[in-house]
Structures are given as structure tokens and as C-alpha cells.
Design a protein around this ligand. Structure first.
Ligand code: SF4
Length: 591
């Protein structure tokens, strides 16, 4: 089989995490990934599908999952055997700052003639610094890179030089690719205008069958899994929007961050009927839940109605996000359309002032009424998320959030109900670059410890998540954030055990894990305070086994986020049938 035109590589957060002793803490407790952040961004799937649609062969390789699943997996040996016209690496979430650059260096060493392309939010933010790494040939900026990537990979496939002399025909061609950052033959950096920012998501097809096709084509399921546990819990995402109408203080996906980084003045929405089609297509081969990214009311009531009409009767679990309080009629419509839906609310804090400083516009009464209405309408489950490390949030305020959760649970578990589930976790490990808090920290009471990409890369190698945090606040310093997180996690866990939301045995296990994590973080502090250099490294390394155990689910068990999945999560036979159908349709179109 011929080599692909593009290989997309997803690196672990820290390379090589298997040798480092780093207490990652609860930073990934509330996402499907482990602390290695092995989940690749959704853009991998959309880029791969888009390039394939135009005849370019693309392969996704999740190195992070491979490394997680096999301690002896030899990245260099594996990549040595790979080849493609170009390699793409995501630096979307900043916690990949370390691993992504290290993987780029390996690729460049093994395949010096093959261009290495970076993309993603963090790549966009740090593009001027990123392009200066010798292992990085191109950075594609912006939130929608499918079309510029197509032009760039075609240019490379046709033999175009990655670093042409200034003024040459090739340099002129590169100079015309929107959003591209590149270097000429004299290492001069060229930043093309960020002129490609499509007004909607009609060009994007979030089609996971493309991923499954790669399983058939390369006989390699392990490399393409979105995250480690995906076959058991195949949660997938459906993309309703790129951008957001809200301006939450610490969010790199907020309206002002999108405006400044991606030249996006308005969110780009997916056509609601297409969004429903995306979800139905996923449902053809997966019993897992589909998480609809973005509040479907952001584009207005008409959009929400059209989506709900188009998805009506879809029987599988669907997660819906709520960014603001909603009227009763909305929840009724959701329930009529979706018999099996979960509501996700990030309330951040029980304290209205803290919440509103963060950017959540609703009062307690408004959001509680929405919760009542959603439950009455028939929502199967309601996840409520709180955060630690916010503006105006003190230690006491964090503990009061747990007490607020206690009151809520009393109210919502009265008749043996267990549909409302609160979670608390730190806003960690990094404040998002581009967010208001990161850009104007003093104004908002934050202190930021890292400003460059390289500084973030170094932070990621710190021995515990306390030192990895790129911020602290006027109200909670790093020690305070750690202490409040563990204590709030401990109390929230006991509370859920008492309320019967989790089994007593599970609550006891989480309590033990939190106690171990607290002991470990103190031991690490003691080592950091009393040693340096090789001695510190050796003493930290002696803790590795305990650290690795402690890194899996700290303040809650990750499985608490999961809803039951019926039967085989991903039906590969049905996926295979879809693939054959696609090929057949393609043949019919071509004939
Ligand atoms: S956190 Fe706020 S700004 Fe960010 S995506 Fe969610 S609603 Fe939008």
C-alpha cells in the first residue's frame, strides 16, 4: 500500500511520561483522557475527512494511546517505519506543549526531508515562537484549517520545497496559502494573513467512519482510538459551533479569544440538519453517547428548534450543554426529541458573584429553575460542574460550594432520585492563553507564571501539578488551590457516597486515593525544598510507582462521568458496512 500524503500525530502531554515521575493530580479527572491527555482534537478527524474527500490519503496515529497501552512501545522504531509526504502534529491544548515538540524533533531526525506542520489553538497563539523550533516547518493558524491544509499538503506532494528562496515561484505559492506561517531558505519567518475563517461549518464533516476506515486500511485499531478507553466507552463529539458568544474569564475558546486569535467575529455554526445527520450517522455504529459541543441555543431558538426537529426520535444517549438558564419550553422540546438525554451545566461556583465574574450570566434562582424544569421534562441525568481557582474565590467559598451541593442533593435525591451529580475540580493546569484572565492577569486578580511556549514546556516537567499550574489568584495561591481542591474533592466524594449517588465502596476508594495524593504532594514538596539536581531527581523517581497509581482518577472516579452503554460500544461490523456503502456510493457517483 502506498504511503499516506499526511500522517497526523498526537503526542502525549509529556514525552516520555513513562519515565518521568510527575504527580499530575486531578487535572484530567473530568475528561475522558488520562493525565497524559491522550485524546486528539476533533480537528484531526475533520482535517483527515476533508483531505480524503479531495483525494489525499491521511492517517491519524495516536502515539499517546500507543504509549499508554504498551509500556514497551518504541516510538522511534515505529515512526522510523512510517513515511508520508508530510507529518502534522497538533498543539491545540497547551498541556501538549512538551510532547508535541519532542515528537516533532523525533520525526525531523528520522525523516529530515519531510515537512512537519503544526496546528491548533496553542499553535496559533504561539505561532511566532513555535516556527522558530528547527523541527517545525509550518504552522497553520486559525480555528478552521481544513482548506489551508489541503492546499499546503498538495503543494508538498507536488514537490514544493518547505523553505524556498525568497522571491522564488515556490515562495510566491506559499505566500498565497491563507493562515500559513513558514520560513524561507534564509530562515526568514513569513506570517501570511489569517484570511481563511469560514462563516459556518458547512465545509466540515465530522465523520468518524473515516477513522474506522483507517482501521480497515492499516489494520491498526490501537493507533486511531480517540482515547484509551474508547472501545469500552465510545463517547463521541458532534460539533455544533466553532467560537462562542460568551466571554468566560479563563476560556481560550471565548468570543474575545476567537476574535483576537482566529479573526472570528461571529461563531461559525454547523447547519442544524447536518448536525443531526452527523449524530444519526454516529448512532449507526455506536451505542455510546454523543456529546453535542456548544449550547444549541447559541444560534437562536430557531436553530435549536430545527436541530431538535431533525434529531427527533434518536434513541441513543445525547449530552446537551447549557451555557445559560433556559425556559421550560426548551427542555420539553429536548425531551420530546431525545428520549435519552443528559444535561451538562458548568456552574463553576455556588457563589453568584464568583460565577458572574467568571462570565456565567445567570442567578441561582434562574439556573435552579432550569434544573427543575429539565428534570421535570425528563432529562435522564444532570451533571453539574464546579471549579477551583476562580476570580474572587476563597478557600471558604470552595467549601461552601460543597455545602451548596449538599443542599441540592438533599432536594434532588428526596424520592430516591439520583439524576443530579455534582463534580468539582481545579481549573488546571493552565489558564488558556488568549483568555481575558491570561491576557490581563492583574486586572482580574491572577498571577501568571509562564508567558512563552518554552516556559510552559518547562512547567510541564515539574514534579507535581502544584508546580505545573501556570497561575495563582489573589484569593488562592498555588498551595491554596491544591489544598482547596483536595479538601473539596474529599467532601464532595463523601457527600455523593452519603446521598447514594456512588456506592459506599467506590466512595471509600476515592477517599483513600485523595489521602494518598495529599501525602504524596507533601512528600514531593519536601523533596523540592530539601534537594536539587541529581539527588532531587533520584528521590522523586523513587516515588514513581506510587505517583503512577495516584495519577488515575483523584478527586472522583472517572467512571462517575460515564452513563451505561448498551451492548458492544462500537459495532465494527456495522461500521464496516457503512464503509462498504460509502465506497459503493463513491463508485456509483464516479460511473
Ligand atoms: S467556557 Fe464560556 S466562553 Fe468558553 S466555550 Fe464555554 S460558554 Fe463559551
Amino acid at each position: 500500500m502506498s504511503n499516506p500524503d499526511l500522517i497526523l500525530l498526537h503526542a502525549p502531554s509529556v514525552y516520555d511520561f513513562r519515565c518521568e515521575a510527575i504527580l499530575y493530580g486531578p487535572v484530567s479527572d473530568l475528561v475522558p483522557s488520562t493525565p497524559v491527555f491522550e485524546m486528539y482534537p476533533i480537528g484531526f478527524t475533520t482535517i483527515a475527512e476533508y483531505l480524503e474527500r479531495f483525494g489525499l490519503r491521511t492517517r491519524i496515529i495516536n502515539l499517546a494511546v500507543r504509549m499508554l497501552e504498551d509500556f514497551h512501545f518504541d516510538v522511534e522504531e515505529y515512526l522510523r517505519k512510517m513515511d508520508a509526504a508530510a507529518f502534522g502534529i497538533d498543539l491545540h491544548w497547551l498541556p501538549h506543549a512538551h510532547g508535541s515538540i519532542e515528537v516533532a524533533r523525533i520525526v525531523k531526525r528520522l525523516h529530515p526531508d519531510r515537512p512537519v506542520i503544526f496546528g491548533g489553538f496553542s499553535s496559533t497563539y504561539f505561532h511566532r515562537e513555535l516556527i522558530q523550533y528547527p523541527a517545525v516547518d509550518f504552522v497553520v493558524r486559525g480555528d478552521s484549517t481544513e482548506a489551508p491544509m489541503l492546499v499546503l499538503v498538495e503543494y508538498i506532494r507536488n514537490g514544493g520545497s518547505a523553505h524556498p528562496p525568497a522571491g522564488s515561484v515556490e515562495a510566491q505559492l506559499l505566500g498565497k496559502i491563507p493562515n500559513l506561517v513558514w520560513k524561507d531558505a534564509s530562515a526568514n519567518i513569513e506570517v501570511n494573513p489569517l484570511s481563511y475563517s469560514p462563516a459556518n461549518l458547512d465545509h466540515v464533516l465530522l465523520d468518524y467512519t473515516h477513522v474506522l476506515k483507517a482501521v480497515v486500511r492499516y489494520r491498526d485499531l490501537a493507533s486511531v482510538k480517540p482515547f484509551r478507553n474508547w472501545m469500552n466507552y465510545p463517547i463521541t463529539a458532534a460539533l455544533s459551533v466553532r467560537g462562542c458568544r460568551y466571554n468566560c474569564l479563563t476560556c481560550g475558546g471565548s468570543a474575545c479569544a476567537f476574535r483576537n486569535l482566529n479573526a472570528r467575529r461571529q461563531p461559525a455554526f454547523r447547519n442544524p440538519e447536518e448536525l443531526a445527520r452527523d449524530i444519526r450517522r454516529i448512532g449507526q455504529y455506536s451505542h455510546g453517547p454523543v456529546f453535542v459541543l456548544g449550547d444549541i441555543r447559541q444560534a437562536g431558538d430557531e436553530y435549536a428548534d430545527r436541530f431538535l426537529n431533525a434529531i427527533a426520535g434518536f434513541p441513543k444517549p445525547v449530552f446537551i450543554e447549557l451555557f445559560d438558564a433556559a425556559p421550560k419550553a426548551f427542555f420539553k422540546k429536548v425531551s420530546q426529541a431525545l428520549p435519552n438525554w443528559t444535561l451538562e451545566i458548568s456552574m463553576e461556583s455556588h457563589d453568584q458573584r464568583v460565577r458572574q465574574e467568571f462570565g456565567r450570566p445567570y442567578s441561582d434562582a434562574e439556573i435552579e429553575r432550569s434544573m427543575d424544569d429539565a428534570l421535570e421534562a425528563g432529562c435522564q441525568r444532570l451533571d453539574l460542574f464546579f471549579m477551583v481557582g476562580l476570580k474572587e474565590q476563597t478557600y471558604q467559598s470552595v467549601m461552601d460550594t460543597v455545602e451548596y451541593s449538599r443542599r441540592l442533593l438533599k432536594r434532588y435525591t428526596r424520592d430516591g432520585e439520583k439524576r443530579v451529580i455534582p463534580f468539582i475540580s481545579p481549573l488546571a493546569p493552565f489558564l488558556d492563553p488568549g483568555s481575558r484572565a491570561y491576557e490581563e492577569p492583574e486586572k482580574h486578580g491572577f498571577r501568571v507564571f509562564a508567558h512563552t511556549l518554552e516556559e510552559h514546556r518547562q512547567l510541564l516537567l515539574a514534579p507535581s501539578w502544584k508546580y505545573v499550574l501556570n497561575y495563582e489568584t489573589r484569593w488562592l495561591d498555588r498551595d491554596g488551590i491544591v489544598a482547596a481542591t483536595y479538601e473539596a474533592g474529599r467532601r464532595m466524594n463523601l457527600l455523593k457516597g452519603e446521598a447514594g449517588i456512588i456506592e459506599a465502596r467506590a466512595a471509600e476508594a476515592t477517599d483513600r486515593r485523595i489521602a494518598n495524593a495529599v501525602a504524596l504532594i507533601h512528600e514531593i514538596d519536601q523533596i523540592v525544598d530539601s534537594s536539587t539536581g541529581v539527588e532531587r531527581k533520584m528521590r522523586l523517581h523513587a516515588l514513581k510507582q506510587r505517583v503512577d497509581v495516584s495519577n488515575l482518577s483523584t478527586v472522583c472516579d472517572k467512571r462517575e462521568l460515564e452513563i451505561p452503554v448498551r451492548g458492544v460500544g462500537v459495532n465494527l461490523f456495522k461500521a464496516g458496512a457503512l464503509i462498504v456503502q460509502d465506497w459503493w456510493d463513491g463508485l456509483k457517483r464516479a460511473s
